[in-house]
Design a protein around this ligand. Structure first.
Ligand code: HEM
Length: 434
């Protein structure tokens, strides 16, 4: 079959796709992806002057699905799995000797990836998660109690600050066996490590520091994590518990226990992947309910609607906005020739708003069925924590619906400047307690 000449994005479009600020303005972002999808669904982005290597942007659901499922032709290595500037890549190399700051499940390919993934796969299945449901429910109730207290007498409350940010962080720290007294330190370390593109969210005001200072902080954060988790793992080897930290500490791969670096990578990916993501979909679900009092009343009366609301919130928000792949061979995507070594962006936001698959995609439709969204990815790297994320959200909303009679938006809900994990960073609400 004849392939198409490489369609290269205009500098203006290339900038818009790369700029973290574009991701703070949701409707214009969806307009941009709609336009790209309908004109050039496989589009080459060349933003050399912005310091980025060229890459292919995929905006169609079917193309993102095809690449996600073909883990032999599209690899999570050697190019970074998150869009990074050349400067960022150099920086990671200088700090850690690798193109990504941390090597972990998301940067491994077969044959290593399945061996590491298998270690915790069962732990994250619904059967095992049932054993931690009560603990999660207790966290959810405590979080909602605090929200109700803060919102007493109609005072506006920030749902992100009060609920959707701290709650998934507590859950993930609990499964990692990190005591509450160390949570702040862990949060700071993840923020230092992953920097964050939004100045309001990145730890320690990193934007004001020189590159050398940032390098030192990041290298220090990696070392701190390694030391912290090496100690935790030693405890779990001496006295295993039911948590996932014990599974990793006692894991054997190819006849050997994991070394400190690999173990820390595993803990870090769980810590980092598990909180901002679930926070964004939780805040999105609340925004949808706060904007639609009928829907809120309906689900209060009939909790069987909750799983549909949770699933639609995950599609509608698509917290992980992209991952990258490296082509392992010359291959065709949507009629476009891709050459071995090319870098490819799987744009989950665009895929989850593809009108060929989702009717009226911008509408929050709690009854959407089927709802085969790509917010958790697909194929060998599909989100390991997807059952946990759904469970956390369902339990939290059960607790919220038990305690809250009505809710309304009380100010501007603002999104983060971030092209990777995005979503709301503020959601002011007024609540009426039950
Ligand atoms: C709504 C919340 C979440 C969303 C939207 C989300 C999304 C994603 C996506 C898109 C991927 C990459 C999939 C791919 O490459 O095909 C991923 C991978 C991953 N997620 Fe999640 N995630 C969420 C919550 C969680 C939670 C709660 C955890 C665990 C605590 C978690 C752990 C992971 C891990 C370990 C991976 C890497 C899996 C691998 O490479 O084999 N995620 N997630």
């Amino acid at each position: 079959m004849a392939t198409l000449a490489a369609p290269v994005a205009s500098p203006e479009i290339a900038r818009a796709v790369i700029d973290p600020k574009s991701y703070a303005a949701w409707d214009p972002l969806l307009d941009l992806f709609d336009r790209i999808r309908s004109e050039t669904p496989v589009l080459r982005i060349e933003a050399g002057e912005g310091g980025f290597d060229p890459f292919w942007l995929l905006t169609r659901y079917d193309d993102v699905m095809q690449v996600s499922k073909d883990n032999a032709s599209f690899l999570n290595h050697p190019r970074p799995v998150v869009l990074s500037s050349r400067e960022g890549i150099e920086f990671a190399r200088a700090a850690t000797g690798s193109d990504m700051l941390v090597d972990s499940l998301v940067t491994f390919d077969a044959p290593i990836h399945p061996k590491y993934r298998k270690l915790t796969q069962d732990w994250f299945m619904p059967r095992n998660l049932r054993t931690i449901e009560d603990a999660i429910r207790a966290l959810a109730r405590r979080t909602v109690d605090r929200l109700v207290e803060a919102g007493a007498d109609g005072a506006p409350v920030d749902f992100v600050k009060q609920v959707s940010a701290p709650y998934p962080l507590h859950v993930v720290m609990q499964i990692l066996g990190v005591p509450e007294s160390d949570e702040r330190r862990m949060l700071m370390l993840t923020q230092q490590l992953f920097g964050g593109q939004d100045p309001d969210l990145s730890g320690a005001g990193m934007a004001q520091l020189t590159p050398e200072m940032v390098l030192q902080i990041v290298a220090g954060a990696v070392k701190d994590f390694e030391d912290y988790f090496a100690r935790l793992a030693a405890e779990r080897r001496a006295q295993p518990t039911d948590d996932v930290a014990s599974v990793i500490a006692n894991a054997i791969v190819d006849g050997e226990p994991l070394n400190d670096r690999d173990m820390a990578g595993y803990y870090i990916i769980l810590a980092a992947a598990g909180h901002d993501t679930t926070s964004a979909s939780t805040a999105g679900a609340m925004l949808a309910l706060a904007r639609d009092p009928d829907q809120f009343a309906k689900v209060r009366a009939d909790r069987s609607l909750l799983p549909g609301i949770v699933e639609e919130a995950i599609r509608w928000t698509t917290p992980v906005q992209h991952f990258m792949r490296t082509a392992a061979r010359d291959v065709e995507i949507g009629g476009q020739s891709i050459v071995a070594g090319d870098w490819i962006m799987l744009n989950y936001v665009a895929a989850n708003h593809d009108p060929a698959v989702f009717d009226n995609p911008r509408r929050f439709d709690a009854a959407r069925s089927p709802n085969r969204h790509l917010a958790f990815g697909a194929g060998a790297h599909q989100c390991l924590g997807l059952h946990l994320a759904r469970l956390e959200m369902r339990i939290l909303f059960e607790a919220l619906l038990d305690r809250i009679d009505a809710v309304e938006v009380a100010g501007e809900a603002r999104r983060a400047d971030s092209s990777f994990v995005g979503g709301l960073k503020t959601l002011p609400l007024r609540i009426v307690a039950a």
